[in-house]
Design a protein around this ligand. Structure first.
Ligand SMILES: NC(=O)c1ccc[n+]([C@@H]2O[C@H](COP(=O)([O-])OP(=O)(O)OC[C@H]3O[C@@H](n4cnc5c(N)ncnc54)[C@H](O)[C@@H]3O)[C@@H](O)[C@H]2O)c1
Length: 271
């Protein structure tokens, strides 16, 4: 099979648009934030990890700013959105990417990890989506949101109760918001990525060891085993997901709302 390199970032689709991204210090949030910059947007990088934010934006230029945002705190969300609007003058788009994936079998699943997953993956998306919608409705300017769900929101993974439930919940949040906010010119879509290993802290050695145990294989076999599950036998890169986000936030997707763009190299529906 011919090797295919990671795609180049889409350019020119978001000139001057202001987009706030949560979870932008690492992994897919970071990959998307960088893709948005390449597409011409002004990007507000947010995360709880201030050190990480400072590092990843050090050479990003005047089109980028960063501000601490804990998605579980109403106060933190309000302050970060206000800081973004104060610096860039407006807000056109939101990408919710901050998420966690504590993996345990059901009979061992700790209540605190379940509750934390709900707070970050669901309440966090709710608080940020509500803040963006409040701004857009008040200004009467419309807007676009992208919620990063997962293929696990479509097809549950073993030993991952909270992740499965929250990622499925995000899909339904988006559909409800799309219906509720369409009349205000606000579009809400999801991306359901397959497994993306590059740069992700979710795919840390402990998580890989847990996945290996759940699958009955060695840790070094985990990543190849996931890639082999895709119809294209392809390692999905952050740019693949970033390009989907750029498209969904752009006017090219002006007639798309309430949708799920699945970027999984052919895993969930191509078997
Ligand atoms: N990597 C994958 O394989 C994959 C696949 C499908 C979907 N996703 C989704 O992509 C998103 C990011 O995953 P990732 O793999 O890049 O993870 P990651 O751990 O590399 O990045 C997540 C970021 O979220 C931040 N964060 C955690 N709690 C927060 C909070 N309370 N407030 C604000 N920020 C907080 C972390 O500091 C981190 O920078 C998640 O929503 C995940 O469900 C990932």
């Amino acid at each position: 099979m011919p090797a295919t390199p990671a795609p180049a970032p889409l350019t020119g689709l978001l000139p001057g648009k202001v987009v706030l991204v949560t979870g932008a210090a690492s992994g897919l949030g970071l990959g998307i934030a960088r893709g948005l910059l390449a597409a011409g947007a002004k990007v507000c990088f947010t995360d709880v990890d201030e050190k990480g934010l400072a590092e990843v934006t050090r050479e990003a230029g005047a089109q980028a700013m960063w501000v601490k945002l804990d998605v579980t705190s109403e106060d933190s969300v309000a302050k970060a959105f206000a800081a973004c609007v104060a610096q860039f003058g407006t807000l056109d788009g939101l990408v919710c990417a901050a998420g966690i994936a504590p993996a345990f079998n059901l009979i061992d699943y700790p209540l605190d990890k379940w509750e934390l997953s709900l707070r970050i993956n669901l309440t966090g998306y709710f608080l940020c989506g509500r803040e963006a919608a409040r701004y857009w409705v008040k200004q009467g300017i419309g807007g676009a949101m992208v919620l990063l769900s997962s293929k696990s929101g479509l097809e549950p993974s073993k030993g991952n109760s909270a992740y499965n439930a929250t990622k499925a919940g995000e899909l339904h949040l988006a559909r409800g918001w799309a219906a509720e906010l369409g009349g205000k010119g606000i579009r809400v879509n999801c991306i359901a990525p397959g497994n993306v290993f590059e740069g992700s802290k979710i795919w840390n050695p402990t998580y890989i060891a847990e996945r290996a145990k759940a699958k009955g294989i060695k840790p070094e076999e985990v990543i190849p085993s996931y890639i082999a599950q895709t119809a294209l036998n392809r390692d999905i890169k952050p740019t693949d997901i970033a390009n989907a986000a750029v498209f969904l936030l752009s006017d090219q997707a002006r007639c798309m709302t309430g949708q799920v763009l699945i970027v999984d190299a052919g895993q969930v529906y191509a078997r």
